[in-house]
Write a protein that binds this ligand. Structure first.
Ligand code: UD1
Ligand code: CA
Length: 250
């Protein structure tokens, strides 16, 4: 097992939560949602967690100050998930190991899935491997585009997708593993030429594939990992799912 580090995206305001509290600090069964993500990372042996903060950064840092494996990086303007990871360049350049990138708003991420993803990644020499799953209702999520033979081609955001691409049910849950130097390479090539005018992290796999790297998407995620939190309704839904699978209220 090589050196593993993580990047956790937590700079967004979470506008759809309709609150001044940064989204990643919202309690889910009594704990800030980001803490579940941090737990899962530690369970797979991640040595360092680079946490990208922006909106009310001081509050997020204060809430996480007892975690001494976290390095905070500032993203003062939220120009997209790819831009958020670009803020971590110094940290990424300091390692040639693997980097797992997760979103702080997905507390149902499972360490077993991350473990599976890392194992496949390290065994098969990928530059980038992402975890996916199929969802009956893919609304709002990035879709996984494959060719007729099922070979991974890229991720398309819903707002950029054609009507036909919107019918795809395999979705991106922002669960990526990259070779750090290849992630640095992909980040240097990102543009914001898309429907939202943002630098999308979701473009990185396709960029690397275009450079001849080995890139793939594996449907290893479990049904419960289909949930991320963008609204209060989704927060309640996640709490229901957690209760079902036996997370304890703390
Ligand atoms: C993202 C993915 C989408 C995926 C979905 C669920 C992109 C472009 N899209 O969309 O494919 O299906 O997550 O996993 O990545 N953030 C920052 N800085 C920014 C923007 C976002 O730190 O400039 C953070 C947010 O705080 C959040 C996470 O990144 O924790 C995801 O951002 P969000 O706006 O929720 O992305 P989605 O639209 O859900
Ligand atoms: Ca989200």
């Amino acid at each position: 097992m090589g050196k593993r580090i993580a990047v956790v995206l937590a700079a967004g305001k979470g506008t759809r939560m309709q609150s001044e509290m940064p989204k990643v600090l919202f309690p889910v069964l009594g704990r800030p949602m980001i803490e579940y993500v941090l737990d899962a990372l530690r369970e797979v042996g991640v040595e360092k967690i680079v946490c990208v903060v922006g909106y009310r950064a001081e509050d997020v840092q204060e809430a996480l100050k007892s975690h001494d494996d976290i390095v905070f990086v500032q993203q003062t303007q939220q120009l997209g998930t790819g831009h958020a990871v670009q803020m971590c360049l110094d940290e990424l350049k300091s390692t040639d190991g693997s980097v797992v990138v997760l979103a702080g708003d997905s507390p149902l991420v499972q360490s077993s899935s991350l473990g599976e993803l890392f194992e496949a990644f390290e065994a098969d020499g990928h530059a980038c491997l992402l975890g996916t799953l199929k969802r009956d209702d893919p609304t709002g999520l990035g879709r996984i585009v494959r060719d007729d033979a099922g070979v991974f081609e890229g991720i398309v955001e819903e707002k950029d997708a054609t009507p036909q691409q919107r019918t795809i049910t395999e979705v991106n849950m922002s669960t990526y593993v990259f070779q750090a130097p290849r992630l640095v390479e992909a980040l240097s090539r990102l543009t914001n030429d898309n429907a939202q005018g943002e630098y999308y992290l979701t473009d990185c796999p396709k960029i690397l594939k275009g450079l001849g790297d080995k890139v793939d998407a594996l449907p290893v995620l479990k049904a419960c990992e289909a949930y991320s939190i963008n609204s209060r309704e989704q927060l309640a839904e996640v709490e229901r799912v957690m209760a079902e699978i036996g997370y304890n209220k703390s």
